[in-house]
Design a protein around this ligand. Structure first.
Ligand code: AMP
Length: 285
C-alpha cells in the first residue's frame, strides 16, 4: 500500500493505475476509521481495481474550533486497517498541502444545505463540497463511496457532481450500526460509558418516526413530536433537530405522500451525533 501526502504524486500514482485499464474507486474519510468506513472500503474493493482512501480532517467544514481540535486522529491505526482491507493508496495530506495559500474560491451550496445540519452548522456543507471537489480533482476517481449515515452530505455531493459535471459515479453505502442501533461514528469515541448508554436514543426516536410513517401517518408534525418524545428526559441529552424531509433535495415535508427521510441530531453531553432512517409510507405505492 502506498501512503502519499502530496497531490501531484498521488495523481501520478492513480493515473498509472488508470492507464493500466483499472477502475479507480475512492473513499474520502476524516480518519479515526471504524467498521462503517471499512464497509465503504470493502464495497470499493469489490467494485474497483485501484482503491484510494483519503484521510484528511478538513478544517473548512468545522463550524466550532473545539470540535476540530477534539476530532480523533489515529493515523497509524488507520493505515494498518487500510492495509488489512487491501487498499492500494492512502492519500493523507497535511492542511498546508490541501490549502496552500488562503483559499479564494470555495463552493457555495444551495437549498439542499438549508435545513437539518446545514441550518445548525453554518458553512459546514460549503466546506464539505469544497474539499470533496478538490479531492475529486486530485484523485479523479471513476467511482466514489459515501455513507447513508451522512444523508445530507450525500445529497450535497450528488448535487455537486450534477451541477459541475464531475465525471464520477457516486455510490451510497448503508449505515453500519452497533447492536443497540447506534450508528458507528468517529465521534462515538468521545462518549463516556454513561453517555454511550444514552446515545441510542436518537436511533430509537428515528425508529418511532419510521414506525408511524409505515402505519400511514399523513401529517409530519405529530410524527415529529412523537419521535422527539421518546428521547429520555436527561440533562445530558438535547435533541437539536428531528425532521422529516424529502430525500433528494432535503426539504422539509408537511404532508407525507411518499418516502421521507427522518433525520436528527442529538447532543449527548458535549458530543453531537447525527443519524437518519428512510421511512416508507403505505400510501407511496
Ligand atoms: P467521516 O470520516 O466521518 O467523514 O466519514 C467518511 C465516510 O464514511 C462518509 O461517507 C460517511 O458517511 C461514512 N460513514 C461514517 N460512518 C458510517 C457508518 N456508521 N456506516 C456507513 N458509513 C459511514
Amino acid at each position: 500500500m502506498d501512503v502519499i501526502a502530496a497531490a501531484v504524486p498521488l495523481r501520478d500514482r492513480v493515473a498509472g493505475a488508470r492507464r493500466a485499464g483499472g477502475r479507480v474507486g475512492f473513499v474520502p474519510t476524516m480518519g479515526a476509521l471504524h467498521a462503517g468506513h471499512a464497509r465503504l472500503i470493502e464495497t470499493a474493493r469489490r467494485d474497483c481495481d485501484c482503491v484510494v482512501v483519503s484521510i484528511f480532517v478538513n478544517p473548512l467544514q468545522f463550524d466550532r474550533p473545539e470540535d476540530l481540535q477534539r476530532y480523533p486522529r489515529t493515523l497509524q491505526v488507520d493505515l494498518e486497517m487500510c492495509d488489512g482491507l487491501g487498499v492500494d493508496v492512502v492519500f493523507a495530506p497535511a492542511v498546508a498541502e490541501m490549502y496552500p495559500t488562503p483559499t479564494s474560491c470555495t463552493i457555495a451550496v444551495g437549498p439542499v444545505a438549508a435545513h437539518l445540519c446545514g441550518r445548525y452548522r453554518p458553512g459546514h456543507f460549503a466546506g464539505v463540497a469544497t474539499v470533496v471537489m478538490k479531492l475529486f480533482q486530485i484523485v479523479q476517481p471513476d467511482r466514489a463511496y459515501f455513507g447513508d449515515k451522512d444523508a445530507q452530505q450525500l445529497a450535497v455531493i450528488r448535487h455537486l457532481v450534477r451541477d459541475f459535471n464531475v465525471p464520477v459515479q457516486i455510490e451510497a453505502v448503508p449505515t453500519v450500526r452497533e447492536p443497540d442501533g447506534l450508528a458507528l461514528s468517529s465521534r462515538n469515541q468521545r462518549l463516556s460509558p454513561e453517555e454511550r448508554r444514552l446515545a441510542p436514543a436518537l436511533y430509537r426516536a428515528l425508529c418511532e418516526a419510521r414506525r408511524r410513517v409505515a402505519e400511514g401517518a399523513c401529517d409530519t408534525e405529530p410524527v415529529r413530536r412523537a419521535a422527539a418524545a421518546t428521547v429520555p428526559k436527561d440533562e445530558r441529552l438535547r435533541l437539536e433537530y428531528l425532521e422529516l424531509v424529502e430525500p433528494e433535495n432535503m426539504q422539509p415535508v408537511e404532508r407525507i405522500e411518499g418516502p421521507v427521510l427522518a433525520a436528527g441530531a442529538l447532543w449527548v453531553g458535549s458530543t453531537r451525533l447525527i443519524d437518519n432512517l428512510m421511512c416508507g409510507s403505505p400510501r407511496a405505492q
